[in-house]
Design a protein around this ligand. Sequence first.
Ligand SMILES: NCCC[C@H](NC(=O)CCC(=O)O)C(=O)O
Length: 429
Amino acid sequence: MREINFDGLVGPSHNYAGLSFGNIASASNAGAVSAPRAAALQGIDKMRHMLALGLPQGLLLPHDRPDATWLRQLGFAGDDDAVLAAAWREDPGLLRNVAAASAMWTANAATVSPAPDTSDGRCHLSVANLSTMLHRSLEAPQTARQLRLAFGDTRHFAVHDALPAALGDEGAANFMRLATHHGARGVELFVYGVRRDTGFPARQNRAASAAVARRHGLDPADTLLVEQSQAAIDAGAFHNDVVAVANETVLFTHEQAFEDPAAVYGFIRARLPEAVILEVPASSVSLEAAIRSYLFNSQLVTLPDGTMALIVPGECRELPAVWDWLQRLVAGNGPVRRIDVLDLRESMRNGGGPACLRLRVAVDDAAYAAIDPRFLLDPARCDRIAALVERDWPEHIAPDDLGDPDLWRRCRTARAALLETLGFGPGEL
Ligand SMILES: NCCC[C@H](NC(=O)CCC(=O)O)C(=O)O
């Protein structure tokens, strides 16, 4: 069995509108000028890097933005440009929401339970409703269409629609799986937050996590619902993957990630005695430093030789406490043998690190062969996409550009050219 990372390609409308309350990077860069072309190229470089490490790599596509179809529900009428112009005039905030390129963070696209864990032996994917943030709540229908195309073979895959919006669900960013290896039956941890009336929102509802586990046919004995710590949410960890990441036998976590860490570690150790829990104490790396550097939003991956690599964002090098800790991690004789540093600054400035940009799907050979190959990458396809991005993606977007009809057309044309290059017919997505 192998694990494929499906990265979201950064869409041509990538911008800094400051839409995510509780996401400190998004709020503090509100109003800045974005660089969609550079952002997409940084993401493609990450995909190329994974391929060069000998790992399979997939792609999910940018959604249609700005989304005039969604605005029509609000009573705006006419052709797309008329709808967008009216929204910009009457309520610019609405236009900012429908212009967000946030589908790039595919860790929030769905929750995935690989076949060894489920009762029917298929890989189950539940589309996330992302209902806590307006701009992200638009994503589910287009995500569902893509996942149904990519994973349409029902002998191997089951794709579930998003849960009702009242139960906020943010997908795999609040989910961790540990197993002896990708192909073994694993334990699945669903991390939720408890809603309060003040402070930053808890985006993942406990009942949503439980529903996903139930729909996927998981064995309750191998499933744990875990409360995210209030301290982590308050410090800006709007998703659990900002403070913890797991891969096969390894859990890499901040000491303050969970409300009751001892219960989490105890459950893992009881089910998976060979588990290695790498807990970073607050005395070495504070929650604040963890969130600023996105240390835990790294991709922890198993290389073809069986050792693990940690793919970290460049910001980790800028904080001495974090960088020192990483040096100590590779110097020890543990499972993580290499640290690769990637520049993802454009995505990071909206609160999305390496792990946010990817959705993991573990499959055996037969299921791998059943995936629609248009969603899989090799170096030549990466080059073709990069050439298109160089040609068609806007170089910069300033906040007021979002009201410019030229930008809307550019975004539409760029996406259409991408879909055509990748072999998707008109109306397929
Ligand atoms: N997993 C990383 C998700 C980051 C994402 N940021 C955003 O949507 C920022 C968009 C903006 O502010 O324009 C979020 O908070 O859900």
